[in-house]
Design a protein around this ligand. Structure first.
Ligand code: SF4
Length: 298
């Protein structure tokens, strides 16, 4: 490819996010924004129209990383859902990574049900063989009424099917669920249905984050007008408890150690479940220091 200028550095545009577990990865921005961009709580990509970046810019960033990021052995493909890139182009990106960043052991990306649905099982296997070995999927809730209310654009069953499709391709699946997203009234229904969905999906990693109400989002408007009420600290803990009670994994890690959570939990399921429940029960009785409000952050 002609005319790239590796001296320009990485070509990041706008607000960029990555999962906490990709903090030390080479962050390669291959798309802008999210192809869905409708979830009521999400303010991440409001500044961007979804777009796939051009091959020249992507290659320039890979070559920059080849020169200056030789100690990082993971790549994370940003932004919102890189899996939506057409198969041939995505394979091309993965091949350039293998060719130029030979020390990289793992490539990850965000996905959603639409982008997983657009790939055939064989295509997912082909991507995995080229190094894309972990996908991150935002589940948020297993409760149909909540999924509808937050405009997730999918159903619980579809989330289960798409999650299983990723696992069947031999990829690792990491999902996030949102504590508090169903408001006060549906809190426990949301928790139970989410645990049941997670059991049916059986992901490798589950991150339970506490929803943050972000100015400028439809959820914020509902919050301001009193139509959405966040459960209080104890309510969120009860929600987390109920979710864990209903989550049965073959083998997986359930964590809620995100900065937005009041009580950090890390449980290997199935064996660590009782310990996690005991810790939550202790916290519910006031026996554990909860993270003070000022320490909660996005
Ligand atoms: S799919 Fe993810 S990135 Fe896209 S709008 Fe929803 S929460 Fe935000």
């Amino acid at each position: 490819m002609e005319g790239f200028m590796e001296s320009e550095g990485m070509h990041y545009e706008g607000n960029c996010i990555r999962p906490p577990s990709e903090a030390n990865s080479i962050l390669l921005q291959v798309t802008l924004g999210c192809s869905h961009n409708k979830c009521t709580f999400c303010g991440t990509y409001q500044d961007k129209r979804f777009n796939i970046k051009d091959d020249k810019t992507i290659l320039s960033d890979i070559l920059f990383a080849a020169k200056y990021m030789r100690r990082q052995d993971r790549v994370f493909l940003m932004d919102g859902d890189a899996l939506i890139i057409p198969q041939k182009r995505l394979l091309w990106i993965l091949e350039r990574i293998q060719e130029n960043l030979s020390w990289v052991k793992r490539v990850g990306a965000y996905a959603n049900t639409k982008s997983i649905g657009m790939k055939s099982p064989d295509e997912l296997v082909a991507l995995k063989e080229k190094g894309l070995t972990i996908l991150y999927l935002g589940v948020e809730s297993g409760d149909e009424a909540t999924l509808k209310a937050i405009r997730k654009g999918t159903t619980g069953q579809n989330l289960i099917d798409m999650g299983r499709k990723v696992k069947d391709a031999g990829m690792k699946l990491s999902v996030t669920v949102l504590l508090g997203i169903a408001g006060r009234e549906r809190s426990l229904e949301h928790a139970k249905a989410t645990g049941e969905l997670l059991s049916a999906m059986d992901p490798n990693y589950i991150g339970a984050l506490t929803v943050m109400v972000i100015p400028g989002t439809p959820l914020y408007e509902d919050y301001e007008k009193g139509r959405f009420q966040l459960p209080d600290e104890m309510g969120l803990l009860m929600e987390l408890r109920e979710m864990i009670v209903h989550t049965h994994l073959t083998r997986g890690l359930f964590f809620s150690n995100h900065a937005s959570n009041y009580l950090p939990i890390k449980a290997r399921l199935p064996n660590g479940k009782q310990d996690a429940l005991n810790l939550i029960d202790q916290a519910l009785k006031g026996g554990v220091d909860l993270r003070p409000e000022w320490m909660r952050a996005l």
